[in-house]
Write a protein that binds this ligand. Structure first.
Ligand SMILES: *[C@@H]1O[C@H](CO)[C@@H](O)[C@H](O)[C@H]1NC(C)=O
Ligand SMILES: *[C@@H]1O[C@H](CO)[C@@H](O)[C@H](O)[C@H]1NC(C)=O
Ligand SMILES: *[C@@H]1O[C@H](CO)[C@@H](O)[C@H](O)[C@H]1NC(C)=O
Ligand SMILES: *[C@@H]1O[C@H](CO)[C@@H](O)[C@H](O)[C@H]1NC(C)=O
Ligand SMILES: *[C@@H]1O[C@H](CO)[C@@H](O)[C@H](O)[C@H]1NC(C)=O
Ligand SMILES: *[C@@H]1O[C@H](CO)[C@@H](O)[C@H](O)[C@H]1NC(C)=O
Length: 479
């Protein structure tokens, strides 16, 4: 009783407007905080730690109770949080909201450079832990993701489809992140909520398959939010960097449609709302919404935006490309020579290349359209819309994609090759950036250079759509 009181006094202080916690809003700090709670309350199960965190985050409303209450054991005592600064931090980290200034709260920066909302992660963990070994977690997809998607699809169904999903955002400082500002008009399904939803679902399924739950919550989070990839060719592990691959294997379009529709049905029942739309219209809204979701968040690769790797601004005025383009030119960086296996390393490489291209070469910006790390991510260079400076004479006609490393004697990891060959290609065509019969070329086919290296050049010759003929032959008149 006394511990409960202390816990809530600390929270009340926050609600009264005391200055916000000075701790960095990252996953490392969140895990440290969970470890402290576990250390001060050694008899608590992971499930009760998760439940009290969710309660602090405001996730104990009727909707969530509908799925979680039945299995809840409410008799367990509440954990104490010894350090009041930590309880402020927890509320800020778990309670999701978007402020009028476009700041998103209830989100943390992960070691892989992506941002997640913690609420849906914890909801998935709770569903997984309370399922009982071998049972499918009740309402898992609805709790973590489907409700978020459904409400956003409905809310924005009169606006353009793309407004019902995203956006991503930027941290004020990736070393000591405090404020996360959305990079556009917020939907009800921001990228952080979607990332957290996918993670929650993956963790829920994983935990429900384990034989016993003597696990610590901090250990579960540490395992999943590991920084950096271990080996260059490690299989898709259950870690955040492979979120989209793993999630894509878990769901399909019909399953998601079904889950979104049933979450909307539960929502309506609980709120006693009568939806004016006929079931047919509703199904249609959900169908197109789910299709767009799959395209953007499962087919497309995750791309680390410029603000996240610490890009300097573009010098001058960017030239907009005339879309769609017909070519993709493959490069390797040569310098840096070593592949990068973590967000911090790849981001450092990106900044160094941009500095070199701007300061030494005198270009407006980093030359490449996109850069491929070996950490599971693509990095945004000039992006889909702006003309790059990568392949002399061809920059208006194609995108320049560069693999970080020296690929004369070895190949990039299988995962990063697939990221480009499959994900980027499908995404580029689906998004209207590339024509469907676009062709791949090596840099050396257009310019007198050894780039993209012997090994990588041999590799791309086996890709569907690779063209041996130089793209400038017969195409020059288009310039
Ligand atoms: C959305 O569009 C429908 C017609 O398609 C219209 O009946 C409804 O009033 C609109 N809702 C809003 C909120 O604009
Ligand atoms: C980010 O924070 C770190 C540590 O607090 C500081 O050293 C660094 O200068 C900051 N970076 C920027 C761009 O403000
Ligand atoms: C974060 O945003 C709030 C509200 O806009 C502001 O008061 C605070 O100073 C910001 N914190 C940092 C570290 O920029
Ligand atoms: C989608 O997934 C569900 C559940 O895993 C499965 O029962 C169903 O057959 C799948 N449908 C398609 C079209 O693959
Ligand atoms: C791609 O398809 C279009 C028609 O859809 C055709 O005009 C064009 O020649 C094709 N390009 C290549 C490189 O095959
Ligand atoms: C393609 O272009 C490169 C560089 O200009 C040139 O060395 C090569 O001979 C050309 N290949 C063909 C088949 O025309």
């Amino acid at each position: 009783m006394e511990s409960t009181a202390k816990f809530f006094i600390a929270l009340t202080a926050l609600c009264l407007g005391f200055s916000s916690a000075g701790l960095p809003m990252n996953m490392e700090q969140f895990i440290r905080t969970v470890e402290q709670i576990e250390g001060s309350n050694p008899s608590l199960t992971a499930l009760s730690v998760v439940r009290s965190l969710l309660q602090v985050g405001g996730y104990d409303n009727p909707f969530f109770k509908h799925f979680l209450e039945a299995s809840s054991v409410r008799s367990e005592h509440k954990p104490t949080i010894p350090d009041p600064e930590y309880s402020k931090f927890i509320r800020l980290a778990v309670h999701h909201k978007v402020t009028d200034q476009g700041r998103e709260e209830g989100v943390v920066l992960c070691g892989d450079g992506t941002t997640v909302a913690l609420g849906p992660v914890l909801l998935g963990i709770e569903a997984g832990l309370s399922a009982g070994t071998g049972n499918p977690p009740k309402g898992l997809c609805i709790l973590t993701l489907a409700r978020t998607l459904g409400l956003s699809f409905l809310h924005y169904h009169n606006s353009s489809l793309s407004q019902s999903l995203g956006p991503d955002g930027c941290w004020d400082n990736v070393t000591t992140p405090k404020n996360f500002t959305l990079s556009g008009a917020p939907s009800l399904a921001t990228d952080a909520l979607i990332n957290g939803g996918m993670d929650g679902m993956l963790l829920g399924v994983h935990l429900s398959s384990l034989p016993s739950h003597s696990l610590r919550l901090s250990a579960v989070l540490k395992g999943y939010y590991r920084q950096g990839l271990e080996g260059p060719d490690a299989p898709p592990l259950l870690i955040s960097a492979f979120r989209r691959d793993n999630f894509g294997q878990l769901v399909n379009i019909s399953l998601l449609e079904e889950e979104v529709l049933s979450s909307l049905a539960v929502h309506r029942k609980l709120h006693e709302e009568v939806d004016p739309r006929t079931p047919v219209v509703l199904e249609d809204v959900v169908k197109t919404g789910v299709q767009e979701f799959i395209r953007r968040y499962i087919e497309c690769p995750a791309i680390i935006p410029r603000c996240q790797w610490g890009a300097r601004p573009y010098h001058g005025t960017p030239v907009q490309l005339k879309l769609p383009l017909s070519f993709v030119y493959i490069h390797h960086t040569l310098s840096p020579r070593q592949p990068c296996h973590s967000f911090q390393k790849c981001a450092t490489n990106m900044r160094a290349m941009q500095r070199f291209h701007q300061d030494d070469r005198g270009w407006d910006d980093i030359g490449y359209s996109f850069v491929v790390g070996s950490d599971g991510y693509l990095y945004e260079g000039r992006g889909w819309q702006r003309r790059g400076a990568h392949t002399r004479g061809q920059n208006s006609r194609g995108y320049g994609i560069s693999f970080i490393g020296d690929y004369n004697d070895m190949l990039p990891s299988l995962h990063s090759l697939r990221l480009v060959r499959e994900r980027m290609a499908t995404c580029g065509v689906g998004g209207g950036w590339l024509v469907s019969n676009f062709s791949w070329h090596g840099h050396r086919q257009l310019v007198n250079t050894k780039c993209p290296g012997e090994a990588l050049y041999a590799e791309i010759q086996g890709w569907k759509g690779f063209q041996l003929r130089n793209s400038s032959d017969g195409g020059a008149s288009q310039l």
